[in-house]
Design a protein around this ligand. Structure first.
Ligand code: MAN
Ligand code: CA
Ligand code: CA
Length: 250
């Protein structure tokens, strides 16, 4: 049986390990030799706080801050040099005149448009009635009525036109065709009333185109100053008192 001192018992149980007085040399013990060394005791209490450490390294650069407020305005700058002279503007009167001419041009354009529209309208209205023909810009038309030269002129004039007076073969053919529909001969707006032997249009214009039948005009019996159109389209001078188909031009 092994005998233990109080301290060795305590030492074996791990209690009060720091109070153990046993030595390595077990044979020096007075009464009984010590056994195997005990296990380490619990850690001691924390020591006192150490001295302050050195400063750490410089940190990374921070993000850019917001812009600051605008500073106070600077002093007034020096006056700039004088610029180049601009073009001379129109005078007050010239401005009024320019405006006036601009409006006048506008009105002229409108008037021309209206005139063209009116001409178209006239042509359409006239063509709505029977017995009309267009040749180029001209319209020939008859109502089928008859009259002597003076009556024929008056009827056409009252209708806003003139007694038909061909300036070319196309116009003459149109008159010939209208006459053929009515199986009657018309008088033309041509005569030699003013000067015997010199036939002219109603406006005094000399004949640029004519379509006389052979041996005409002959001023038969000295009284033929007007012009009738045969069914062939050929012309014959005839007495102005005869009654003929009234064909007007517009
Ligand atoms: C009749 C009339 C005249 C015409 C001759 C032609 O006399 O119509 O105008 O010139 O015939 O023969
Ligand atoms: Ca004559
Ligand atoms: Ca004749």
């Amino acid at each position: 049986m092994t005998l233990y001192t109080t301290s060795s018992l305590l030492k074996r149980t791990g209690l009060f390990a720091h109070q153990c007085t046993c030595e390595e040399k077990t044979n020096t013990c007075t009464f009984i030799p010590c056994g195997m060394p005990g296990s380490n005791g619990l850690p001691g209490r924390d020591g006192k706080e150490g001295p302050k450490g050195e400063n750490g390294e410089l940190g990374l650069r921070g993000a850019q801050g917001l812009p600051g407020k605008a500073g106070p305005s600077g002093p007034k700058g020096e006056k700039g040099s004088v610029g180049e002279r601009g073009p001379t503007g129109p005078s007050g009167g010239q401005v009024t005149q320019l405006r006036y001419h601009s409006e006048l041009d506008h009105l002229k354009t409108q008037l021309r448009e209206l005139q063209a529209q009116l001409k178209n309208l006239q042509a359409t209205v006239i063509l709505l009635f029977p017995n009309g023909m267009t040749v180029g810009e001209k319209i020939f038309k008859t109502e089928g009525s008859e009259g002597n030269f003076e009556t024929s002129k008056a009827v056409c004039s009252q209708a806003g036109g003139l007694l038909a007076s061909p300036r070319n073969s196309a116009e003459n053919s149109a008159i010939q065709q209208i006459a053929a529909w009515h199986k009657k001969m018309p008088f033309l707006g041509i005569n030699d009333i003013q000067t015997e032997g010199t036939f002219k249009h109603l406006n005094g214009e000399a004949l640029g185109y004519s379509n006389w039948a052979s041996n005409e005009p002959n001023n038969s019996e000295g009284i033929e100053d007007c012009v009738e159109v045969h069914s062939s389209g050929k012309w014959n001078d005839k007495s102005c008192g005869e009654k003929r188909l009234i064909i007007c031009e517009y």
